[in-house]
Design a protein around this ligand. Sequence first.
Ligand code: SF4
Length: 60
Amino acid sequence: MGKISWDEKSCQHAGNCVKGLPNVFKIDDGRFVIDGNAASAEEIKKVVDSCPSGALKYKD
Ligand code: SF4
């Protein structure tokens, strides 16, 4: 399983990630949390690619 990173400063809060894979990217108690085990690497990569700001990165 690869690693997902999120750069808070780059994030534009467009919400593509949360809408695309709500089980992986979610807001918990006002904080952004990522559960990289809740979807396949392929699904995660697709959503990371849809991030408009480049805040999300995926490493195999
Ligand atoms: S898709 Fe990218 S810019 Fe949009 S909320 Fe997620 S991390 Fe932030």
